[in-house]
Write a protein that binds this ligand. Structure first.
Ligand code: BDR
Ligand code: CA
Length: 310
């Protein structure tokens, strides 16, 4: 059993990441879900996480709200992709269970101090505000983290600006703290997530499960795919955040390279760019395993088998 904390901003693709993790209950011990402002404001991301845990019948997993804005910059949200609720496309009931009263950052700190050193993996799928805040507030937790497996950044492209990916762009200063932490990082950025395209055939398979989870997953991604289909003219939409959980479960589906990744925080033009030294043209030490390739068929098979269990 691998112990993880999922730090997220659901968001339809975060939702599928959560369902994939819930569906791997025999392999992943989800210690808690912390939420952050990102795709939609914090009041919605925390509520959405609670809706999803109830959809999956995983009321045992605590959900905490974390930071409601980035370190320095004004919050940027993405309702143009995710809809006003963040989970448009599925009509999930209001959650019955309340939020855990602990602050998300306190939960991250207390959990890392309470668990054996080197046993907890942090899995951020939103802006890195909570994670960085925990490191700034309690730096003694940093050597206790096993590793960070995150969705963010990109070598070759951006999706908010020509060079910046949303999660890093929203809180580049937090990202700079995380990438400067010295903790082992695996980065699943746009290079790989744009190869994990969900299409109509996948949605049909999920609907055919005939379960509330299958219907919700298909509805969410049908809505979410519209933007990408229109914007990029591709047949499917990138399933960014589930790549994080899939990597934990089946790292053999992915490949990449150890590189130095440095976050741009000075230039407004390139703010939030993950400057990746793929060809090792600097002497900056490698600080991240940058993933660029995926066996997409294997990934969707893994996802389908997890959804079947819920
Ligand atoms: C990332 O941004 C968000 O919109 C998605 O949830 C994902 O985490 C992709 O750039
Ligand atoms: Ca996300």
């Amino acid at each position: 059993m691998r112990k993880i904390i999922i730090d997220c901003d659901p968001g339809q693709d975060d939702a599928i990441a959560l369902l994939l993790a819930f569906g791997a209950a025999d392999r992943l011990d989800i210690l808690g879900i912390t939420t952050v402002a990102g795709n939609v404001p914090l009041a919605l991301t925390e509520k959405n996480a609670r809706k999803l845990r109830e959809l999956a019948g995983r009321e045992d997993v605590p959900v905490m709200a974390g930071c409601e804005r980035p370190f320095l910059r004004k919050l940027v949200t993405a309702e143009y992709i995710h809809g006003e609720t963040g989970l448009d496309g599925a009509d999930l009931p209001e959650p019955r269970l309340p939020l855990d009263p602990r602050h998300g950052v306190d939960f991250i700190i207390e959990t890392l101090l309470g668990e054996e050193p080197g046993t907890v993996t942090l899995c951020p799928t939103g802006p890195l505000t909570n994670i960085a805040m925990a490191f700034v507030r309690a730096p003694q937790i940093m050597p206790r983290v096993k590793e960070i497996v995150l969705m963010g950044g990109g070598w070759a492209e951006g999706n908010v600006t020509p060079v910046a990916e949303f999660n890093i762009y929203v809180d580049p200063h937090a990202a700079a703290v995380v990438f400067g932490s010295g903790i082992p990082i695996t980065m699943l950025g746009l290079d790989v997530t744009h190869k994990a395209l969900v299409g109509e055939a996948h949605l049909r398979q999920w609907r055919a499960l005939g379960t509330p989870v299958g219907d919700a997953a298909a509805g969410l991604l049908d809505f979410y795919s519209r933007y990408d289909r229109e914007r990029y003219g591709v047949p499917g939409a990138p399933l960014h955040d589930p790549c994080v959980i899939a990597y934990l479960l089946a790292p053999e589906l992915f490949s990449g390279r150890m590189c130095n990744v440095t976050i741009e925080t000075a230039s407004e033009l390139t703010m939030g760019q993950t400057v990746i030294d793929w060809w090792r043209v600097t002497d900056r030490p490698a600080n991240a395993h940058v993933i660029t390739d995926i066996d997409a068929d294997g990934f969707f098979a893994l996802l389908l088998s997890a959804l079947k269990t819920l």
